[in-house]
Write a protein that binds this ligand. Sequence first.
Ligand code: ADP
Ligand code: MG
Length: 689
Amino acid sequence: MANQNEQPLDLYAPVSALRGVSTVRAGLFAKLGVHTLYDLLTFFPRDYEDRTRLLDIAQLRPDEPACFEAMVVSSPRLSRIRKGLDITRVQVADATGRLTLVFFNRPYLADSLHYGESYRFYGTLNADGAAQVTNPVFEPAERAGTVTGRLFPIYSLTAGLSNNVIIQCVRQALDACCELLPELLPQSVRAEYGLCDAQTAYRTVHTPQDAAALQQARRRLVFEEFFVFSAGLQLVRSERRVQHAVVISSGALPEFYAALPYRLTAAQEKVLGQITHDLASGTPMNRLVQGDVGSGKTAVAAAAAFLAARGGVQTALMAPTEILAEQHYKTLTALLAPLGVTVALLTGSMTAAQKREVKARLADGTAQVVVGTHALITADVEFAELGLVIADEQHRFGVAQRARLSGKGESPHLLVMSATPIPRTLALIAYGELDVSTIDELPPGRQPVETFLVDESYRRRLNAFVQKQCDEGGQVYIVCPAVEESELESLKSAEVWAQTLQAAVFPQLRVGLLHGKMKACDKEDVMARFARHEIDVLVCTTVIEVGVDVPNANLILIENADRFGLSQLHQLRGRVGRGARKSYCVLVSSTKNPDTLERLRTLCRSSDGFAIAQKDLALRGPGDFFGSRQHGLPLLRAAALEMDLKTLEQAQQAAAQALGAPGWQEDAEYAPLLRRIGVLFETAPVALN
Ligand code: ADP
Ligand code: MG
């Protein structure tokens, strides 16, 4: 038992309360998002090694890790190769054959592997044909079952924190407080959907006995996560429905139309109609506007902000990056300033004095519209009367962040804009608390972006193509997956590639560099120069992924394209095809993997973001969708385990049913669920308890 002589541990004890966890180690755990024992127990293995196969030595195959039981038939022999490298060799044998085990830097191995005794090993036969296994793990045969003979959990690691340390800590945490884990699923739900209890599930997912039990445990955990999430969204939603919101009339709309440099498309008008209906309804709007890249979501948002200003309330528009915030600020200023609406910008990189000035204007109401990044949701930003909150490209924001921003006003209207099409099946989880509008039409005159998939053998032709676009007055994005050169992988890095291109390939062109690690003011400067056409070729990372609008850019070249998800590639492609020029997207990949190639070809064939997302879902599965931070659902941890759509749908159905029953909030069985939702959504405890 852990901590026998000390205080009993509870779920919210810090990991440093565990044996063997120093302050330094606790810091490493913090890097993984693990602070408390509860965090540790919900830090699920990212994978498992199947160490259940037990073979005879004669049956071992290269590249197929397996367990084997053998007797040590020679004393371990240590040889020093050079400073910092020594090798220990041991002979082992069973009835079918003999092997040499090779260990690197294990000088004290002789203490744990004894001549004449039997051990259970797990390792892989070397591929070079010699009867050797390098660095196997092992344990005494008569006490086997800890590192061999089972499904072995593999955790996500960080430098300095090994898998074994995490395993030890998880074990301690399980022993200390598994019984304290809250049961979030009511008995009736578990019975109906055949789910095991929480304790069994957590124990099993960390220390599975076999594949079938693991499968059960994962299903239960994924179900639980979606159940909690769906229930939380339903609560947020129903709570908002009974609130009152300022009534904003659409009477001033003709004034906006008259000043607009173009006519709205029918799809924009339809969606704006839904928005004006919400704004005038007296209850807070909760609307998501989905529209493919370039469909003109900003104009719709501007119209809503304009109506809010005429209605006497303020609008806050929140963007995921400073570049986008600045761009929106310019667009909104161009559209709204001629109509007498004052627009302000508030970002983290502004000077303290600038921020103070903007905040003062927000507090006294002289700034009617403010555009900003996360800085908008910091505690000291106050509004005279915040009536409308617009979140752009919301997949970067969590539900919790939206809730916090909405909390700044007296239940303001909420408009969320997203260019990341989420397949309908997943939309309920991603946007469960929102009504959905779709702009399903592009402004007239757009030509589809021609998309090609090529490998390195096309490099010369590609360079010539880049040169040609620039010679004809166009501009080019070159997207790299990494910022710096990495030793481990041969990924194109933006920094080095930009230098190479400028020096060796395009000496007459102006090559620029843009990546996320640059200072905000430098980023802005580069982006502004690209927009003014003082840069021909912009080598960048995915910082340009969302929203950036330079209509003169007509070619985007994506290096190591296999590194990106389909939806992300589609977003990147949306950076071109914004102006009158014929536009191209070239995906460069040297992958030979047929599945990956098939995935990339989807993009060459289709320009429909929703169809692409659907394909992404089919090819990679929903777990991948939720698992990657790209899709921005940080509340979900188990979902990356192994989810299927059926579990998702069942959990949603179960949550709807459970919360539909009268009086459930008084039922003690639901208390842990309500507490968990309160923590996850960071909403007012009064509302959720
Ligand atoms: P997104 O939906 O990707 O945010 P934007 O709002 O940035 O799209 O619009 C893309 C481009 O299309 C902008 O340059 C904008 O001025 C232009 N645009 C928007 N609506 C129309 C329209 N109805 N007619 C013509 N151009 C439009
Ligand atoms: Mg946009």
